[in-house]
Design a binder for this molecule. Structure first.
Ligand code: ZN
Length: 207
């Protein structure tokens, strides 16, 4: 089972790197090891375009390293606090995706222009805080609540999911929505939005 998880993590990192959501050194991915109180997480500093299963680090829920030759992501405390507070979460993904990062720099609400934008509109923005600090982890978990993700101002995005596929799909959806929002801003004027009553109904379904 653990073997399968490490393979899935590398597949997701490759997918996120190839689609530009993770940068050469920016972004990290972790997943619970089913049936244990442990997880696998990607390493810090290594080039994210060429990770192998051997570079992953196995840690327990207190962050103690159990296996792996490299050092875990500096954002490990954020991952740990999410798993400690959200039993339903099986995977955590942090990206440095370009469009969602742009959207996170502004305080304007995201217009309800598409289904994906409705979901993103509910994603809270966390002010910039230093990675790996208790302050950052707590602020992210507080903002996350029982939601699908948070925007990290001047930094990127964190999504959670029941498994790696779920968390990765949310990262892609957020970037897709953010790209649409940015293009609307470039065209100027007021984009057409989903009627308010339908938007309220859909928000409950897509968030
Ligand atoms: Zn980061």
């Amino acid at each position: 089972m653990a073997q399968g998880i490490t393979h899935q993590i590398i597949s997701v990192v490759d997918e996120l790197y190839d689609t530009g959501l993770i940068t050469p050194k920016g972004g990290n991915v972790s997943a619970r090891i089913p049936g244990t109180q442990e997880l696998w997480i990607t390493p810090t500093q290594l080039y994210k375009g060429g990770l192998t299963e051997e570079t992953l680090i196995r840690v327990n829920m207190r962050g103690r390293k159990l296996a792996g030759r490299d050092r875990p992501s500096v954002e490990l405390p954020m991952h740990l606090l999410v798993y400690q507070t959200r039993e339903d979460v099986g995977a955590v993904i942090h990206t440095h995706a370009p469009m969602v990062t742009v959207v996170g720099l502004f305080d304007e609400p995201i217009p309800a222009i598409t289904i994906e934008a409705l979901a993103l509109g509910l994603v809270p923005i966390v002010p910039f805080l230093l990675s790996g600090t208790k302050e950052q982890s707590q602020a992210i978990v507080d903002a996350l609540g029982d939601g699908p993700g948070v925007l990290l101002r001047n930094h990127g995005l964190m999504t959670v999911g029941k498994d790696l596929r779920d968390a990765a799909s949310r990262a892609h959806q957020a970037e897709f929505a953010a790209r649409t929002v940015v293009l609307c801003r470039l065209l100027g004027g007021d984009p057409a939005v989903v009627p308010e009553k339908l938007a309220e109904f859909l928000k409950k379904i897509v968030s």
